[in-house]
Design a protein around this ligand. Structure first.
Ligand SMILES: NC(=O)c1ccc[n+]([C@@H]2O[C@H](COP(=O)([O-])OP(=O)(O)OC[C@H]3O[C@@H](n4cnc5c(N)ncnc54)[C@H](O)[C@@H]3O)[C@@H](O)[C@H]2O)c1
Length: 460
């Protein structure tokens, strides 16, 4: 591995990134900025065409960054896998979704591995970055690559290094977020460590690929379980007549042993609602039931039903029903200041309200249109005139550029699932806030819960 080690240290290696999405594109830019030549490979020709035109489709990657990397020949986007023949390192950043039966779908990883195997050569490093269940790297990728006749740790290296990117986070990016690496052999870990250290400030080696895979699942399961716990706490506070946000903020003054998590309309994004299921699935195959994961999924999965119940209760105050009422959703992306709608709980809330007969519209400054029940919905303008005609406004994602004071002033009824109205006490009579002691967001009945899970599953 002497040649590879030297190439990384002198930064004259060529790197490939497979999968140019939220993870792969920022990674490719970071590797290029360190002086490496990077080829970015994606099956989606429309993404390759956009990149060749210098257009970015990822909020955290500027067009200027892409253009300057391409101009000096540091970044070449392509859909041609034969370029792998000439690269020194390959980072796999393909999706890892759930199948219709909510089992891990690792077909994208397997597809990428087959293509890598075809061009695998001596002095090459392969790194899986996609989140997956413990054992994927050594049980699936390693045998496939070894079937080439090349020897692990001697001819080529294989490692797992989980991506931790947090889209929309302005403080932490690929470069300054510490990175875990675990190789199949010690040499694999060392070589991967040297590679990543060229463009990431802090690289932390662990003893195996399985450990590195488990680190990522711990991080995301930790979030899922804590969000589930605090969502249940919000429902408890609603019954008790206590404001959950006041409770959390007061608890957060404890300087040790407490990390604040906040309730919301449900889990979203490509990670937190999905990754714990990868872990639970693997454990189930080993006859172990991951109970916290199941419970958190159950509670988080019923939150869209809770929101729908709050809307019904609010309209009831005006002797109105959901059927026939005009309801405007604010924010459909799964979290603030991003455009990503994958697994967004807003989609579940919208589907339920449409099923119940609401006249539904939405506004999201980051999402101009979305597909719902086979139709395309377009984000409507947020004018005072439009707000005044609505029977209910639901705040599902509290994007920073919403002027909530103006919005609430013009509205009749607001359901706030994000504590976005915390400083607007003067409007409290028209606001129903999740977990604020209104006693309207109580846990749905068993039948409602069934409906929630069905709706949730339909969305995946
Ligand atoms: N999005 C996040 O915030 C985030 C954070 C950490 C980890 N992850 C993990 O990183 C992985 C990638 O996630 P993402 O959000 O970047 O996904 P994405 O859907 O944004 O991008 C994946 C890209 O891979 C391409 N692709 C699929 N199969 C391919 C193949 N065989 N060859 C070449 N290209 C292929 C797709 O066309 C797509 O452009 C997932 O495992 C995810 O769980 C995501």
């Amino acid at each position: 591995m002497e040649t590879l080690r030297a190439k990384f240290q002198q930064r004259n290696a060529t790197a490939a990134v497979i999968g140019l999405g939220y993870v792969g594109l920022p990674l490719a830019m970071e590797i290029a900025s360190a002086g490496f030549n990077v080829v970015g490979i994606d099956l989606d020709q429309s993404k390759i065409d956009k990149l060749k035109e210098g257009t970015s489709y990822i909020g955290d990657v500027s067009e200027k960054t892409i253009a300057s990397a391409m101009k000096i020949g540091r970044f070449t986007p392509t859909s041609d896998f034969s370029v792998l023949h000439d690269v020194d390192t390959v980072s796999i950043c393909v999706p890892t979704p759930l199948s219709k039966s909510r089992d891990p779908d690792i077909s994208f990883i397997l597809d990428a591995t087959e293509k890598i195997r075809k061009y695998l050569h001596a002095e090459q490093l392969i790194v899986l970055e996609s989140t997956t269940y413990p054992g994927t790297t050594d049980e699936l990728i390693l045998p496939e690559l070894e079937s080439s006749g090349l020897r692990i740790g001697k001819d080529f290296c294989l490692a797992f290094s989980p991506e931790r990117i947090d889209p929309g986070n302005t403080a932490f990016n690929t470069r300054n977020t510490p990175k875990i690496v675990g190789g199949i052999t010690e040499t694999c870990t060392e070589i991967a460590h040297i590679f990543y250290s060229q463009f990431i400030e802090c690289v932390i080696p662990v003893s195996s690929t399985k450990c590195a895979e488990m680190v990522k699942l711990l991080e995301n399961t930790f979030r899922s379980v804590n969000i589930g716990m605090v969502n249940e706490l919000a429902l408890m506070c609603d019954v008790l007549g206590v404001d959950v946000y006041e409770v959390i903020d007061a608890a957060a003054t404890k300087p040790f042993g407490f990390i604040p998590f906040y309730p919301g309309p449900g889990l979203g994004g490509h990670c937190i609602p999905i990754d714990p299921h990868y872990l639970a699935w693997k454990l189930k195959a080993l006859n172990f039931q991951a109970r916290f994961i199941g419970l958190a999924a159950e509670i988080n999965g019923m939150m869209p039903t809770v929101v729908t119940t709050m809307v019904g209760e609010g309209l009831n105050r005006f002797s109105k029903s959901i059927r026939g009422s005009k309801v405007l959703i604010l924010g459909v992306a799964y979290k603030k200041n991003v455009s990503d709608c994958r697994e967004s709980p807003a989609l579940d809330v919208m589907r339920m309200l449409i099923e119940k007969g609401a006249i539904l519209s939405y506004n999201d400054p980051f999402v101009t249109s979305l597909r719902m029940n086979g139709k395309t919905l377009k984000s409507v303008d947020l004018t005072p005139a439009n707000i005044q005609t609505q029977d209910c406004i639901i705040i599902l994602t509290d994007h920073s550029n919403y002027d909530f004071r103006k919005i609430i002033a013009a509205s009749k009824l607001v359901v706030d699932t994000r504590n976005a109205t915390k400083d607007l006490q003067e409007f409290k009579d028209k606001i129903i806030k999740l977990g604020a002691g209104n006693n309207v967001a109580s846990a749905p009945s068993h039948e409602d819960e069934h409906e929630s899970l069905t709706a949730n599953q339909a969305s995946h």
